[in-house]
Design a protein around this ligand. Structure first.
Ligand code: PTJ
Length: 252
C-alpha cells in the first residue's frame, strides 16, 4: 500500500481509494468497481464527506428492520468486500444474517475469492458460491439473477449495498423488503428500496452495527414502529435538497 501522509488534506478519501485499488489487485474488485467508486466519491464530496441527519434516520430504521427480520441476508459484491470486510461480518453476526456473494459482473473465480476473503475476516459461512445451491430470479436482467436458495431466494429482508440497477425492483416484486446503501439518492436502487441509507459505506456500516447493538434491547412493537414511521421517499427528497443547498452555497 502506498504511503499517504496523515497531513494530506484528503487523506481519508485517498485511504478509501487505496482499499479499492488493493481489492482490485487482489481480484476482489472489477475495473468497473473503480469507476462506480468514483461516482459515489463525487456524491460524498458534495455532501461534505460526513453523515447527514437523513442517513442517521435511515440507519435507525434499517437496524430496526434487520432486527425484526426472520431471514435477513447481506448481499456482498466486490466493492463491499474490499471496503468493509470486518463490518459486514460483524453486522451478520449481530443479527444472525446470512452473507451472500452476489455479483453484477458474475465470475465463479471472483465469487470464491470474495468468500475466502470474508472467511479471512472471520465469516463462518458465505453463500452464493458455485452452482450447487444456486437458483435464478428471472425478473433480474443481469448476472445478479443468480442467487442462493438458502440465502437471497429465501430471505425476507435483503441488504443491498453499492449497486444501481433493476435488482431492487425485482426483489420487491417477489415480496422482499430491501435496504440499500447508496451515495446516489437518485439511483434506481435508492428509489426502489424500502430504506435507503445515503452515506458512504465506510461510515454507514459501523453506524449500522452500533445501531443494531443499541436497538437490540427494544421490544418488537417499538422496532416495528421505527420501521413504520420511516418514509423513504421523504428522506431521499431531503437528501436531494441537502445536495442542492450545498451546491447553491458553493456557487455563491
Ligand atoms: O462486484 P460486482 O461485479 O458486483 O460489481 C460491483 C459494482 C459496484 C461495479 C456494481 O454493483 C455496479 O456497477 O454498481 P453501479 O451500478 O455503478 O452502482 C454503484 C452505486 O454505489 C452508485 O450509485 C454509487 O454512487 C454508489 N457508491 C459507490 N461507492 C460507494 C457508493 N455508495 C456508498 N458508499 C460508497 N463507498
Amino acid at each position: 500500500m502506498s504511503k499517504i501522509s496523515s497531513e494530506h488534506p484528503r487523506v481519508e478519501s485517498l485511504r478509501i481509494r487505496e482499499l479499492l485499488v488493493e481489492g482490485f489487485k487482489a481480484g476482489l474488485v472489477v475495473s468497473e468497481g473503480l469507476a462506480a467508486h468514483g461516482r459515489g466519491e463525487a456524491f460524498d464530496y458534495i455532501i461534505g464527506e460526513k453523515t447527514a441527519e437523513q442517513a442517521k434516520k435511515a440507519v435507525e430504521a434499517a437496524a430496526a428492520m434487520l432486527l425484526t427480520a426472520k431471514r435477513p441476508v447481506i448481499s456482498v459484491n466486490g466493492n463491499v468486500a474490499a471496503l468493509v470486510p470486518d463490518e459486514v461480518v460483524k453486522l451478520a453476526d449481530s443479527i444472525g444474517a446470512k452473507l451472500e456473494v452476489n455479483l453484477f459482473n458474475g465470475s465463479a473465480e471472483r465469487e470464491a475469492r470474495i468468500a475466502e476473503y470474508l472467511r479471512e475476516h472471520s465469516a463462518k459461512e458465505v453463500f452464493g458460491i458455485g452452482e450447487k445451491f444456486s437458483t435464478r430470479i428471472e425478473e433480474i436482467h443481469s448476472d445478479r439473477r443468480k442467487v442462493d436458495k438458502r440465502g437471497i431466494a429465501a430471505a425476507d429482508v435483503v441488504l443491498v449495498p453499492l449497486e444501481d440497477g433493476d435488482r431492487t425492483e425485482a426483489l420487491k416484486k417477489i415480496g422482499k423488503k430491501v435496504i440499500a446503501i447508496d451515495m446516489n439518492p437518485m439511483s434506481r436502487t435508492a428509489r426502489a428500496a424500502d430504506i435507503t441509507i445515503v452515506d458512504n459505506i465506510i461510515r454507514a456500516l459501523p453506524r449500522l452495527v452500533m445501531a443494531v447493538r443499541r436497538l437490540s434491547r427494544f421490544d418488537r412493537v417499538r422496532l416495528h414502529k421505527i420501521v413504520d414511521d420511516f418514509d423513504n421517499t421523504k428522506n431521499l427528497k431531503a437528501m436531494v435538497e441537502l445536495i442542492s443547498k450545498r451546491l447553491k452555497n458553493i456557487s455563491r
